[in-house]
Design a protein around this ligand. Structure first.
Ligand SMILES: Nc1ncnc2c1ncn2[C@@H]1O[C@H](COP(=O)(O)OP(=O)(O)O)[C@@H](O)[C@H]1O
Ligand SMILES: [Mg+2]
Length: 373
């Protein structure tokens, strides 16, 4: 609340915060802008802006909020939120005694709230294995056009899945994003999806020139490919989340088959610093991942996100081969690929924790024309 007041005095920096319409890759070609990186240090007004945007994101969500529970007025809702209960599911799994304690409510009131939350929360349900198999039959696989990578993945990158590509700086995460964006536009016979790509670029590393090289590498018309890749630069976590929401609206009339977020975690990492912010960060990240996974399911599309590994090998908690993002991201990813450089300019991709494929590694190269065996 206190943040909201600050922000009335400090108008929104709309050029930075609001999602600009996504542009196609070919449009970014003419404006070879190398924008200065926004600093991650936030002043108070930026914090306030973010809160407003988060609220806006929440308002648009189709989900029922805690205010919709019978008997929960603004005062009770505020108590619940202050105690950390801002989702129905969080309430539904509580016991009346614990909720009463934590949110400073009477136990009878707490009991009623929990019962209502159980009825209204979307806890999902059971479907038959046959129904699941039908859904799985729709799964398509995008070819990387690199035999060793496709083999590792049992034929290619699956739709209805969230693939996390992680590795150190320079390990080739962005190269994979670019290559799969190109391949996604290829015909189905050629291993593509004949589809459109939405590319959320958080590090200002999308390069239409690189798309052109890779398109030529497969004998494709670069302009036709660039037209199907819709790129937006995200400036902070809230903006990044809004852009993902924007894809829902923008995808009408397009055959959206792939969504790339490169990098998923860099903004979240820069803005939520320190242990005190961790819960908050993971909650936002979880929300963002849910939105992305929904896009994958609704469009029978592939979501590819990139992620850095911990950069401090000396720190106790910083295993240098562990991706950041913690359990939230680990659970959300269907496939995880760990990239690293090998001798002689070769690259190694390792498949980690797949639900239905053996762990394994493959070797490939990054060339001027793109990824190759
Ligand atoms: N045109 C090119 N030809 C050959 N290799 C390239 C080309 N462009 C980039 N690369 C390779 O890709 C690397 C950068 O990979 P990148 O995907 O940006 O890393 P990450 O996103 O993991 O930080 C470069 O170090 C270089 O080896
Ligand atoms: Mg990169």
């Amino acid at each position: 609340m206190r943040n909201l007041q600050v922000s009335h005095q400090a108008p929104l920096k709309s050029s930075l915060i609001y999602p600009q319409p996504l542009v196609s890759g070919s449009d970014t070609m003419s404006t070879t802008s190398k924008k200065k990186k926004t600093t991650s240090k936030k002043d108070e007004s930026l914090v306030a802006e973010e809160d407003i945007l988060m609220a806006a994101v929440d308002d648009e969500a189709p989900e029922v909020s805690i205010e919709d529970l019978p008997g929960v007025g603004p005062a009770t809702a505020e108590k619940l939120r202050e105690a950390g209960f801002d989702e129905l599911l969080a309430l539904a799994v509580m016991s009346p005694g614990d909720l009463a304690d934590q949110a400073e409510l009477g136990e009878a009131v707490a009991g009623k709230i929990i019962n209502a939350a159980k009825k209204m929360a979307n806890i999902g349900g059971f479907v038959s294995g046959v129904a699941l198999l039908d859904r799985r039959r729709e799964v398509q696989k995008l070819s990387s056009k690199v035999q060793s990578i496709d083999d590792l993945l049992g034929g290619g990158f699956e739709t209805q899945a969230l693939v996390e590509v992680y590795g150190a700086f320079g390990s080739g995460k962005t190269q994979i994003g670019h290559q799969l964006a190109v391949n996604c536009t290829m015909s189905v016979e050629d291993g593509g999806f004949d589809g459109d790509v939405f590319y959320i670029d958080t590090e200002d590393t999308f390069r239409p020139e690189r798309i052109t090289q890779m398109a030529r590498g497969h004998g494709l018309d670069p302009d036709a490919v660039l037209k199907r890749i819709h790129v937006a630069r995200a400036y902070n976590p809230a903006h990044q989340m809004l852009l993902a929401e924007e894809i829902k609206r923008m995808s009408k009339g397009l055959n959206v088959k792939m969504i790339i977020v490169d990098s998923l975690t860099s903004h979240f990492r820069a803005e939520y610093i320190g242990r005190g912010m961790l819960a908050n960060r993971q909650q936002k990240l979880n929300r963002h991942l849910k939105d992305l996974k929904q896009l994958a399911d609704v469009n029978n599309a592939l979501v590819l996100v990139t992620n850095q590994v911990h950069s401090k090998p000396d720190a106790m908690w910083g295993d240098p081969t562990k991706p950041i993002g913690g359990h939230v991201l680990a659970h959300a990813s269907t496939f995880r690929l760990y990239l690293r450089k090998a001798k002689g300019g070769r690259r190694i991709a390792r498949l980690v924790d797949s639900p239905n494929l053996p762990d394994g590694e493959c070797v490939y190269q990054v060339t001027q024309e793109g990824l190759r065996d």
